[in-house]
Ligand binder design. Structure first.
Ligand SMILES: [Cu+2]
Length: 295
C-alpha cells in the first residue's frame, strides 16, 4: 500500500516534467530529428506524420526502458559492491522465478508491441490507391533515373551526377540532376523498376524508400503535401558510380505541373521510354535465342 502511494507521487513530477520538456520542443525535436519537419509547415507527404510518430514513440518507450535498466544496473553495482573485509564469492542466486518470468515476459510484450505498431503503419503506408490521380513509372539504371509520366504520356530521361569543374571540389552541376516533378495534393502512384541491378528509390524527406528490382515492379503510393524541392538518391550500392545516382523531387502546384508536362511535350518527349536497353536479356521470354543458329 505504501509502495503504491509512493509510486503515484513519483508519477506526478515525471508527467509534469515530461509535459514541460515536450512543450518546449521544436517540430524537429518532436519528430526525433527526422528530416523534413519544419516549424509552421505542413507535412511533406500524407505518410510522414505517421512515420515520425512511430519513430518518436519507439524512442520514448526505449529510453524509459533504458533509464530503468541503467538505474537497476547502477543500483546493484553500488549496493552490492564488495565491502572492506569481504572475501570469496557473494551469495549466489538462481531459479528466482519471479525475476525469470519478468525478464521473459517484458521483452516479449515489447517485441510484440513494436511489431504490431510497425505492421499497422506499414499496412497503411503500403496500401495502394484504388484510383490514383497520377501514375508515374520510375526506372533505375546504372547510374541515373528515367521517369515515364504514364498518365500524361510523356517522359524524362536522366543522366548521372556530373562533376562541376568550376565549383568547389566534389560539387555537381545542379541543373543536370534528374528531376521528378509531382503535383501537390494528388494521389500519386510510383511504379518502381530497374533496367539492370537492384537500386533503391529514396526521397529523404518522404521518410520512406523502396528497392527497385529487375523484372519486378514495386509500388509507392503517396500524396505530396508541401511545395518544395527534395533530395533523392539511390540507397542500394549498385556499382561504381552509385554515389552519383542522385535525383530531385519537385512538388509543385497543379498549374506548374501541367506546364512542366507541356514543356516535355514541346521538347519532343512524347510517349514512353521502353525497356529496349534493359540489361537482363538472359531470361526466358526475352529476345535471347534459345536454339543456337547454324546447328
Ligand atoms: Cu543505384
Amino acid at each position: 500500500m505504501r509502495k503504491n502511494h509512493r509510486l503515484r507521487w513519483a508519477a506526478i513530477p515525471i508527467a509534469a516534467s515530461l509535459a514541460i520538456v515536450l512543450a518546449g520542443c521544436t517540430q524537429a525535436q518532436l519528430h526525433g530529428f527526422l528530416p523534413g519537419f519544419e516549424e509552421g509547415q505542413p507535412a511533406v507527404t500524407n505518410q510522414t506524420d505517421r512515420i515520425g510518430g512511430l519513430w518518436t514513440t519507439s524512442w520514448i518507450v526505449l529510453l524509459v526502458i533504458g533509464l530503468i535498466t541503467w538505474g537497476l544496473m547502477i543500483w546493484t553495482v553500488v549496493v552490492y559492491r564488495r565491502r572492506k573485509g569481504q572475501t570469496g564469492l557473494p551469495v549466489q542466486l538462481r531459479y528466482n522465478m519471479p525475476i525469470e518470468i519478468f525478464y521473459t515476459v517484458v521483452p516479449l510484450i515489447l517485441v510484440l508491441g513494436f511489431f504490431a505498431f510497425t505492421a499497422r503503419d506499414q499496412a497503411a503506408i503500403e496500401a495502394r490507391f484504388e484510383s490514383p490521380d497520377v501514375k508515374i513509372e520510375v526506372i533505375g539504371k546504372q547510374w541515373a533515373w528515367d521517369f515515364n509520366y504514364v498518365t500524361d504520356d510523356v517522359y524524362s530521361a536522366g543522366i548521372q551526377g556530373q562533376p562541376d569543374l568550376n565549383g568547389p571540389k566534389g560539387s555537381l552541376v545542379e541543373s543536370e540532376i534528374p528531376t521528378l516533378v509531382l503535383p501537390i495534393g494528388k494521389k500519386i502512384e510510383l511504379a518502381l523498376e530497374s533496367r539492370d541491378v537492384i537500386h533503391s528509390f529514396w526521397v529523404i524527406d518522404f521518410l520512406y524508400k523502396k528497392d527497385m528490382i529487375p523484372d519486378k515492379t514495386n509500388y509507392m503510393s503517396v500524396i505530396p503535401e508541401r511545395i518544395g524541392t527534395y533530395s533523392g538518391k539511390c540507397a542500394e550500392l549498385c556499382g561504381e558510380y552509385h554515389s552519383l545516382m542522385l535525383f530531385k523531387v519537385k512538388v509543385v502546384s497543379e498549374a506548374d505541373y501541367d506546364a512542366y508536362i507541356q514543356s516535355l511535350r514541346v521538347a519532343g518527349n512524347e510517349g514512353q521510354l521502353d525497356n529496349d536497353y534493359k540489361r537482363n536479356q538472359n531470361l526466358p521470354g526475352t529476345s535471347a535465342p534459345t536454339v543456337q543458329e547454324g546447328n
